[in-house]
Design a protein around this ligand. Structure first.
Ligand code: CA
Length: 493
């Protein structure tokens, strides 16, 4: 869950699949200089304001930040130069890894999920879909200290009034004893825990499901899953209904994407719409709207009320579609194919998080300073990609990590030049790489296999002497942190 009104604009532009290229150099602006005197004066005022009624003075003082955190104001005003295409967004959120994690979670928490389903009427896989997209099944909770973030946002820049309410609510949560103060960390905007609730949503909808008397959405999976189900239920979830389905439009059909314009299933059937596999639309949705995330030539969906409850979690149709799609794949317990039946209207589809990690490792190997390998294509990685594209004559040099760039850099990695050459050649000699065949899930592994018999062996140290022996072999090792490394295997070992 993120901020609704502010983030809606940027998310809406995601929804229409806008792509702004060629501005990869424009990274985040510097953090503003915030006056601590002004901050402390503001906090003095807040402490006695009506919004903080119900927050004890000792609670306020105990968690009062000694200084503001300018990075959250930077995040508040940051409009990413890159708007992801819908296929990039979906392929990183719904990949093989996340489906497998979801299937595991479903087995591990089967009893709890069954109890939640009978209490709230929300299908287990729908709860799992939200959990997987929100916090990667509890693995990614956000690390920013909440009181510092919310106090800073309460005192500077726009939307202070909104954040003052959230700041007061966050203090009430620790005052009530629900969450340990040390666990109050989250996103820059104050969403926290396995459900990524804002404090106001927590106070309204969090539930204690494991019966220990605390609503602990950070450490208790039963509390987190039940709170998610309670959220969906309170937003109008219809028990027993699917979220919707992928459909096939008849040729020549034209209509705008309009999820909210709900019609009966017989209406859509009369329009000639079928399920994506061609079979007739079932009768299990009371009404549905048409969702075309990439226009009429891409995947098409009919979505019902339950899709709208996913949407209400984060006010983005692409976000809701990620939850919907992930929940379907977890239901089928099949991670082998994460695409929709109809392909996205692009010749350069998106990459998985594993492929993003492979790209980042290849950039590091090529001498680009992108920090670490985390599978998230952020500003640093985009800038490095753009530089790599420029210096290798890969057009367009737009900084985007799609399947084409994945093939280019993984195919090129065996011929990686030292760093000085990379940066010294901005005008782009044509690449001497031979792009390989279409990517598969484990393209790098195949590449290494192919290269074990050639002199141009993939090297972990690009500026080091390249091994010239045709017998040098490498194997791909994935560390516990998910980092892909190529380890030399000496002959005979
Ligand atoms: Ca509890």
């Amino acid at each position: 869950m993120r901020l609704t009104p502010v983030s809606t604009l940027s998310l809406l532009s995601l929804a229409v699949g806008l792509s702004f290229a060629s501005t990869a150099q424009a990274a985040k602006p510097p953090a503003p200089d915030l006056s601590n005197a002004e901050f402390q004066q503001c906090l003095d005022g807040l402490k006695n304001s009506s919004k903080f009624r119900g927050v004890d003075s000792s609670t306020f003082n105990n968690y009062r930040p000694s200084q503001p955190d300018p990075s959250v104001i930077q995040s508040l005003n940051y409009q990413p130069e890159f708007q992801k295409d819908v296929w990039d967004y979906l392929s990183s959120l719904v990949d093989k890894e996340r489906v497998e994690d979801g299937i595991r979670a479903k087995r591990q928490w089967a009893d709890t999920l069954r109890q939640i389903e009978s209490r709230y009427g929300v299908k287990a896989e729908h709860v799992l879909g939200v959990w997987g997209v929100e916090s990667n099944f509890g693995q990614t909770l956000g690390k920013k200290p909440l009181f510092e973030s919310l106090a800073t946002l309460s005192c500077f820049d726009r939307r202070q009034s909104y954040f003052q309410g959230e700041y007061a609510n966050a203090l009430k949560i620790v005052q009530n004893g629900d969450i340990a103060p040390s666990d109050m960390t989250g996103s820059w905007a104050g969403a926290f825990g396995q459900t990524q609730f804002m404090p106001s949503t927590f106070l309204e909808l969090a539930v204690d499901f494991d019966g220990d008397g605390r609503r602990d959405l950070v450490n208790s999976v039963p509390d987190a899953l039940a709170s998610t189900a309670n959220f969906l239920d309170k937003r109008g979830y219809r028990t027993g209904e699917p979220w919707g389905y992928e459909v096939k439009l008849p040729s020549g059909f034209w209509a705008a994407s309009d999820r909210k314009n709900k019609k009966s299933i017989s209406h859509w059937r009369n329009q000639g719409i079928t399920l994506a596999n061609g079979s007739p639309l079932p009768n299990d949705l009371s009404s549905a709207g048409l969702l075309l995330p990439a226009g009429k030539d891409g995947p098409a969906f009919l979505v019902g009320k339950n899709f709208d409850t996913f949407y209400s979690y984060n006010a983005s149709e692409n976000y809701a579609l990620a939850i919907a799609h992930l929940s379907d794949l977890i239901t089928k317990e099949d991670s082998s194919k994460t695409d929709f039946v109809t392909a996205w209207p692009t010749d350069d589809p998106g990459i998985s998080r594993q492929q993003a990690k492979d790209i980042q490792q290849a950039l590091l190997n090529a001498g680009y300073d992108i920090g670490g390998v985390d599978g998230i294509i952020g500003d640093n990685t985009r800038i490095a990609i753009q530089q790599y594209q420029s210096s290798h004559g890969i057009l367009p040099a737009d900084g985007r990590a799609g399947q084409k760039f994945y093939r280019a850099i993984i195919g090129d990695a065996g011929n990686t030049a030292p760093k000085s050459t990379q940066y010294g050649n901005q005008y782009g000699q044509p690449s001497n790489s031979q792009p390989l065949n279409p990517a598969s899930a484990d393209r790098m592994g195949q590449l290494i296999q192919q290269q074990t018999s050639t002199p141009n062996t993939y090297s972990t140290q690009p500026s080091a002497q390249s091994p010239t022996s045709g017998n040098t072999r490498y194997r791909r090792v994935i560390g516990s942190d998910g980092v892909v490394k190529l380890v030399r295997v000496d002959e005979g070992s």
